[in-house]
Design a protein around this ligand. Structure first.
Ligand SMILES: Cc1cc2nc3c(=O)[nH]c(=O)nc-3n(C[C@H](O)[C@H](O)[C@H](O)COP(=O)(O)O)c2cc1C
Length: 209
């Protein structure tokens, strides 16, 4: 039975304070924050140096919402567009404590697997494995209602890249570091994230201070 953890003070609250065998309800998104949009574009860059300092839950909440959260609740629509509004992209967060699925409707993190799987996402680029966290974009091809298999893969790549760019711009806007990446140990990641046959890991972004 999964337990719902509701934390009263999110600023300064880290994953170390939250319990791992649980659903972590994220704090409400901060609506006014960061640089203006043109300054964020001016700062956008892929970095190679990441540190392991944990982000607090408010920062994680804002990052996930910017990546692919629901910004129009009446329609259930997202910060990232998708081909035919298929909403095929799921974002998974991987940090030193575990692998979590971002449930956008509940604005919550759901534990998928305990443990430190950052090296799996880093893949052949182990220098990135110490990043505080990774966001992994997974497309579920079964959510495309039409199209040939090759078209679905193209749309999935586009949809994943848009989420990645949301992350890039959010990080630029608030002074966090990131890098869009395709390298990862995809086979192992499929096991860690307990993916079905139609769910494909497409891209990832390490994120840190
Ligand atoms: C689709 C895509 C995939 C990428 N995959 C990787 C990757 O697997 N590993 C990596 O180190 N960088 C990766 N990058 C980052 C690029 O190397 C980087 O964006 C490029 O060098 C330009 O630098 P800039 O983003 O700072 O402008 C990827 C970028 C994109 C857009």
């Amino acid at each position: 039975m999964k337990r719902l953890v509701t934390l009263t003070f999110f600023v300064g609250t880290t994953f170390a304070n939250a319990q791992t065998e649980s659903i972590i309800k994220l704090p409400e998104v901060t609506r006014i924050k960061g640089k203006n949009i043109m300054e964020a574009f001016a700062c956008r860059a892929s970095v190679r140096e990441f540190d392991s300092k944990e982000l607090d839950l408010q920062e994680v909440a804002d990052l996930l919402w910017a990546a692919n959260g629901i910004n129009r609740p009446a329609e259930g629509k997202r910060t990232a567009p998708t081909a035919m509004n298929s909403q095929d992209i799921d974002v998974y967060l991987i940090n030193s404590k575990g692998a979590y699925h971002y449930d956008a409707k509940e604005h919550a993190l759901v534990l998928v697997n305990s443990g430190d799987y950052r090296a799996v996402v880093a893949g052949t680029q182990q220098a990135f494995a110490k990043a505080s966290l990774f966001l992994v974009m997974v497309s579920d091809l079964s959510r495309f209602q039409r199209g040939e298999e090759s078209q679905k893969l193209t749309w999935a790549a586009m949809d994943a890249a848009i989420v990645s760019q949301n992350i890039n711009l959010y990080c630029a806007g608030v002074g966090l570091k990131t890098r869009p990446r395709v390298y990862m140990d995809t086979d192992k990641l499929r096991e860690v994230l307990r993916l079905t046959a139609t769910q494909i890991p497409m891209m990832n972004n390490p994120v840190s201070f």
